[in-house]
Design a binder for this molecule. Structure first.
Ligand SMILES: [Zn+2]
Length: 441
């Protein structure tokens, strides 16, 4: 009898409860993600039901402890979330859907930020996935001058969604600060002739590190920059820094530490079953190695210009571009930089990074650094390259009575925009006797 009781007690204690302690819902442009916080590992299954469209999530030995009141179901495929108990011990959650979805689910092991989690990703089935319509034609010199494309800058606001990034002094989140800076930088580039920004992340959701580089490639980016404001082990660490990829070791202990921390983002943000140990695919092959070497030297040079420019706004953590094995910088053919705009672990910097005015100054300094590099080294076929070619063949022209900028442009086989850019004119207003530069051929 005593033995039977002991066995019974043992088997009872083996059934651990996987109660749902919290639920979060994140909306990305092409999917929605539901995350359940569990107090232990759980067996689960999901299956769809039609007419009406529903998705059922069964979790064994579980109870719902959250009210789910804070979830935003006004947008995305989920209309309503209901739940109930089955066999008095299992939890059944039913998602009433607006449209049929492809759903996938995976558990996530605990880490520094979270306990056990169950992730359910929903991708609307009928969603037309539009390829990014940014063209980057290959042109000869003559065509280039006629068409001259924009330089595309992919701006990646670090972290997002499940992954808040660093949580700074006063409770500010890195994901929010860097999003604000990314948007301000995009606005500046949007206004800059010859540039086109592409925001990799547009809202509060997580994108896997590899998907970030993939999105940059799909946008035909000439440059990829990932914006961060991390925490460091010491609250005294301060200043901004710029990083490029290193395929061998890191240039400093701090750079290695930071790269390790950034690379663990996928574990916190929630990428199921992906390892970043990707030596076999992306970086294989001599050709890729060569293009990596070429884009790395651009990264270093461009990074230095951005860093110098940032030095006008903030203290610099290091005067040189540092290097470490950041996974998000592993695009073999796109120059890629990771910019630390400051340390949220430093109370003084956290306070500044929170303000819109400092975010704007930071964005402006990054913008200036990028612009300075591309004015000097414009990629062939770009508007900036055509401007530079034109400005190499310039002569002076004195405005005569009756002249307008558009007539002068026509006469010199150029555009008003080019004339304005060449002469730093903000408007089309010119006056008689004024000397301007015009193309000589
Ligand atoms: Zn970060």
């Amino acid at each position: 009898m005593r033995i039977v009781l002991a066995v019974l007690l043992m088997s009872l204690s083996l059934v651990t409860l996987a109660d749902v302690q919290g639920v979060r819902l994140w909306h990305a442009p092409d999917n929605s993600r539901l995350v359940f916080d569990l107090n232990s590992k759980a067996e689960h299954k999901i299956f769809p039901l039609s007419s009406p469209n529903r998705l059922v999530i069964d979790i064994e030995n579980s109870k719902m402890l959250d009210t789910l009141k804070d979830l935003d179901t006004k947008v995305g495929p989920i209309k309503k979330i209901r739940w109930g108990m089955r066999d008095k011990k299992d939890l059944r959650i039913v998602l009433d859907l607006r449209e049929p979805v492809d759903a996938k689910s995976f558990p996530l092991a605990p880490n520094k930020k979270y306990s056990h989690r169950l992730v359910v990703d929903l991708v609307p089935k009928n969603k037309e996935i539009r390829p990014l319509q940014i063209s980057k034609p290959v042109l000869d010199a003559k065509q280039a001058q006629a068409i001259s494309r924009d330089i595309i800058v992919a701006i990646d606001a670090g972290h997002g969604g499940e992954d808040p990034g660093a949580i700074g002094h006063g409770g500010i989140y890195e994901k929010k600060v860097v999003m604000a800076i990314a948007k301000k930088l995009a606005a500046l580039l949007e206004k800059e002739p010859g540039f086109k920004p592409f925001l990799v992340r547009t809202g509060d959701y997580y994108i896997g590190l590899r998907d970030r580089t993939k999105k940059a490639r799909m946008s035909n980016a000439d440059l990829f920059i990932s914006i961060h404001a991390d925490a460091f082990s010491s609250s005294r660490a301060s200043g901004s820094s710029v990083f490029a990829l290193s395929q061998r070791g890191a240039t400093s202990e701090a750079a290695r530490w930071l790269a390790d921390k950034e690379n663990s983002s996928d574990l916190i943000g929630g990428v199921g079953g992906v390892s970043l140990d990707d030596k076999e695919d992306l970086l294989a092959g001599v050709l890729l190695d060569l293009s990596m070497t070429a884009s790395l030297s651009v990264s270093l040079e461009l990074g230095q210009m951005v860093l110098n420019s940032m030095g006008g706004v903030s203290k610099l953590h290091k005067r040189r571009v540092e290097q470490a094995g950041f996974a998000v910088l592993k695009s073999p053919d796109i120059p890629s930089l990771l910019i630390e705009t400051g340390f949220l672990s430093n109370p003084g910097e956290a306070k500044k990074l929170k303000t819109a005015s400092y975010q704007r100054r930071m964005a402006t300094s990054i913008h200036q650094g990028i612009k300075r590099y591309f004015m000097q080294f414009p990629p062939p076929g770009t508007y900036l390259a055509s401007i530079r070619d034109t400005s190499n063949r310039l002569k002076e022209y004195v405005i005569a009575p009756g002249d307008t900028l558009s007539v002068i442009a026509q006469r010199h086989a150029t555009s008003m925009a080019t004339l304005k850019q060449l002469n730093g004119l903000k408007t089309s207003i010119i006056r008689v006797g004024q000397v301007i530069k015009v193309p000589s051929s």
